[in-house]
Design a protein around this ligand. Structure first.
Ligand code: GDP
Ligand code: MG
Length: 296
């Protein structure tokens, strides 16, 4: 046992869409969490572990904080909240734009009085001219006693090293919680489902995505290939033909986009079969939420 080893949990929190999942992927160098330009893409806590010579940082990607309007939404906000008590460091993530976001203030209110070190991570600096980074820092720096203020671009990786260095500095002494090659708590099937959901979010029209869920129902490894079966759930009869598309075109593009990533994950050519099923109002259905893993 190495007495100088540092380790701990780093909760990544913030409003929807500020780039929390992109950040965890950038730091770990792996695609652990799916990303989309639609809010509320991440539905549960997702672990991304970085193990170095003398440290292990366990990043927890969380759903954003928002006002829930369904049982699923309630679960998501609960998942974000539950990451806070265990955290050794909190990355309060926001984005560099000129707007004042009420959501940011609500989240900072929750952190008030917490003894856990909070970093201000200002993401998406690639979108603004350099001098405006200072304006963004000014806007936030007095809203909380931030221990560190780190502007980054999760997309280009700019300053991600500085963030990781600061995290290492603040990690407490502690054991390696996971084996050195451990990357995430997601199962292979969960990752496959999320890859398919990400592509569906990308391909589908605006009103559908929040009502989509994916369940990988079978992964059959063969000698040089794998058969993967997945169900795509939508919550209304009228959504089903949209997800399938004319002559199956929409479903086909979802599958075509997902397959290469699933093949990279499994390391073999994949035969992917997808089915579209209607589960009326599944976002408020305890049984479906449990089946899909959105319940503890
Ligand atoms: P989350 O909801 O906070 O997890 O946000 P995501 O990681 O899903 O990202 C939301 C959107 O912001 C996606 O379209 C990302 O590509 C985009 N995004 C994330 N980080 C950056 C960044 O550093 N720069 C730019 N320009 N876009 C980003
Ligand atoms: Mg996310």
């Amino acid at each position: 046992m190495d007495n100088n080893l540092k380790s701990g949990y780093v909760a990544v929190i913030g409003r929807p869409n500020v780039g929390k999942s992109t950040l965890v992927n950038a730091l770990t160098g792996e695609k652990i969490a799916i990303v989309s330009n639609k809010p509320q893409t991440t539905r549960r806590r997702i672990m991304g572990v970085i193990t170095g010579e003398d440290y292990q940082a366990v990043f927890i990607d969380t759903p954003g904080f928002f006002e829930p309007t369904s049982k699923l939404g309630g679960y998501m906000v609960g998942a974000a909240e539950s990451a806070l008590p265990d955290a050794d460091i909190i990355l309060f993530t926001t984005e560099a734009d000129a707007k004042n976001h009420k959501g940011d203030l609500e989240i900072l209110k929750r952190l008030r009085g917490s003894k856990t070190p909070v970093f201000l991570v200002i993401n998406k600096i690639d979108k603004i001219p350099k001098p405006e980074i200072l304006t963004a820092i000014e806007k936030y720096k007095n809203l909380h006693a931030f221990r560190e203020i780190i502007p980054i671009s999760a997309l280009t990786g700019e300053n991600a090293d500085a963030l990781l260095d600061a995290v290492r500095t603040y990690l407490p002494l502690g054991p390696r919680y996971f084996p050195g090659d451990y990357l995430t708590d997601m199962t292979e099937r969960q990752i496959i489902s999320e890859i398919i959901r990400e592509k569906a979010l990308y391909v589908l029209r605006d009103e559908i995505p929040h009502g989509i869920a994916v369940e990988t129902t079978g992964v059959k490894q063969k000698k040089d290939s794998a058969d993967v079966d997945a169900a795509i759930y939508c919550e209304k009869d009228s959504h089903k033909p949209i997800v399938i598309g004319k002559n199956g075109a929409v479903l086909k593009s979802i599958g075509q986009a997902a397959r290469p990533e699933i093949e990279r994950l499994l390391g073999v050519p994949v035969f992917l079969r997808t089915w579209v099923k209607v589960k009326k109002n599944w976002r408020d259905d305890d049984f479906m939420l449990k089946t899909l893993g959105y319940r503890r």
